[in-house]
Design a protein. Structure first.
Length: 397
């Protein structure tokens, strides 16, 4: 296929039109367009394509196939909804996959043909004979685990201006790195497994003392089950009003989602209180079966109260207090993370010391750990980790 014909076919993409925004594919098209221009322009566009491609891989075929598999397009979106895919869209998919497999075979030698011998020293990319159609069928079979678009590349997201933004370098915390609260976490893990299996799953509230690993547990669970189709979206309290729209956008997604709200608490007359209450249970829209809300808080009752709130001058005081307590009751599963006693704290320190390869006699280690905990305001897994890390770094305490 001639270079100008490939460029023309690329411009006419329908299903995979999103590829045109990919920087490497865009550089590839610019290189094709420059095939009839003067030599210096051709060489410049060739170099620009190599620079864009080599930032990811040296194999053009591999890159284009991965871009195709991760593209969020009309076909994959419609196939995950009740609307389904029409015959014209199916035919377009087949034709475009066949064409893209050919475009992936464009070689450096073809692009350098007709140029002076001096440019033959330019770097050359690799190609491979890949079956785009078979690979795409396999990806569609695995879409419930691997997802599509940004959900195929990332598993942790934040909400920015109403849009999901991927976290490129999420907290790498793993479950086996969190000693001491296995029994508490097992309830949350079981609930998450139910979500992944398509079974009824509850919204979860993890509450308790600071530094006990509530947030770390949720992040570790997201990392642990990412390969099984679990994604985490962190929501700030002042973004709760955006949740209904977000939940609607995720409802047809084949993946499963945890909407994570960290350090949750409200003041009296906080508008976000009513918003979250409706989302958890009670709104006319209901909650999609592919997502749950996991929240952490240092407070069992999420509304901050004063004694005047309790005594107050409200005629229907009992109703008011019931309203304040109703939010936490709407989490189907509540897990308590209490400050560890001496025995649990010592076991956490010992486990962390083993993870970090810290060599120190146990009695001396525990004596120092207890002293450090006293100076740090009390025992907690966070304090234990800080202590072990300082010891490993050789900091005198």
């Amino acid at each position: 296929m001639e270079q100008h014909e490939i460029a023309l076919r690329m411009e006419g993409l329908v299903v995979f039109r999103g590829l045109l925004k990919d920087p490497v594919v865009a550089a590839f098209m610019e290189m094709l367009r420059g095939s009839d221009e003067r030599r210096t322009e051709r060489v410049s566009r060739y170099g620009a394509f190599c620079t864009a491609l080599f930032a990811h891989t040296e194999n053009w075929s591999d890159y284009l196939l991965e871009a195709v598999l991760e593209d969020e397009n009309l076909y994959v979106v419609k196939s995950c909804t009740a609307a389904g895919v029409g015959p014209q869209l199916k035919r377009s998919l087949e034709l475009e996959l066949e064409f893209l497999a050919q475009a992936a075979q464009v070689t450096s030698e073809e692009m350098l043909a007709g140029l002076p011998g001096a440019v033959q020293c330019l770097p050359q990319w690799e190609t491979a004979n890949l079956d785009f159609a078979a690979a795409y069928r396999q990806r569609m079979n695995d879409v419930s685990h691997k997802g599509y678009g940004i959900f195929a590349r990332y598993h942790v997201f934040t909400l920015e201006d109403g849009h999901l933004t991927p976290v490129k370098y999420p907290d790498p915390q793993r479950l086996d790195q969190l000693p001491g609260y296995e029994r508490e976490r097992e309830k949350v893990i079981a609930n998450t497994k139910a979500l992944l299996a398509g079974q009824p799953a509850n919204n979860v509230l993890l509450y308790g003392d600071a530094g006990t690993g509530k947030s770390s547990s949720i992040k570790a669970i997201a990392n642990e089950f990412a390969a099984e189709g679990l994604r985490l979206v962190e929501i700030k309290k002042n973004q709760l009003y955006q949740l209904p729209e977000l939940m609607d956008s995720l409802a047809a997604n084949p993946l499963k989602f945890i909407l994570f709200i960290d350090d949750l608490s409200f003041t009296a007359n906080d508008d976000n209180f009513a918003a979250l209450k409706a989302i958890l249970e009670g709104s006319v829209g209901g909650r999609s079966q592919n997502l749950v809300v996991y929240a952490t808080s240092n407070r069992r009752h999420l509304i901050k109260e004063t004694m005047s709130d309790r005594e107050g001058d409200d005629i229907h005081h009992g109703d008011t207090m019931q309203e304040l307590m109703s939010l936490s009751a709407r989490f189907g599963l509540t897990v308590t993370y209490s400050r560890p006693d001496k025995e649990r704290f010592e076991q956490i320190v010992m486990d962390l010391a083993a993870q970090y390869g810290l060599q120190m006699p146990a009695d001396r280690l525990m004596m120092k750990a207890e002293a450090f905990a006293i100076r740090s305001g009390g025992r907690s897994p966070r304090v234990a980790k800080q202590f072990v890390e300082l010891c490993k770094a050789g900091v005198q305490m």
